[in-house]
Ligand binder design. Sequence first.
Ligand SMILES: [Zn+2]
Length: 140
Amino acid sequence: MLEIEFEEPLSEICDCCGNTTVKLTRFVYENDNAFAIYYIRFTKDHDDKEVLGLVSLGDWGTDEISENRTSFLFKLWFDNENWNVSILDGEESPWNSEILGKILQRQEALKHPWIKDVFHITDHIVEEDQELIKYFNSQG
Ligand SMILES: [Zn+2]
């Protein structure tokens, strides 16, 4: 069972348009054990209504950065009554802290055994992450 811990959202001004970019950090627990973290960012009033996200998996229960630590970059949007998730090349990631481990390129990511965990987490995101849900329900 997955549970998400929600931090307060942070915001900054978007370089390209001066609108507000919202940045979210969340901790994911599986049966009370630290399982993953994810980040989300989106900018209000951009033409494409979509969010960029990164899920990092691999031994989040220890203080050390595990060799297994692996991250997946994705974009998420709502279209024709459906949520869509697309895995992106890791080199496009705006997040690149050492603690995230290796950020996979799209082709590696899609073949990775943990990709199912990534989609399990994105299923929870669209159901439970109120900041993101609010953004997709807003006008503009
Ligand atoms: Zn912008």
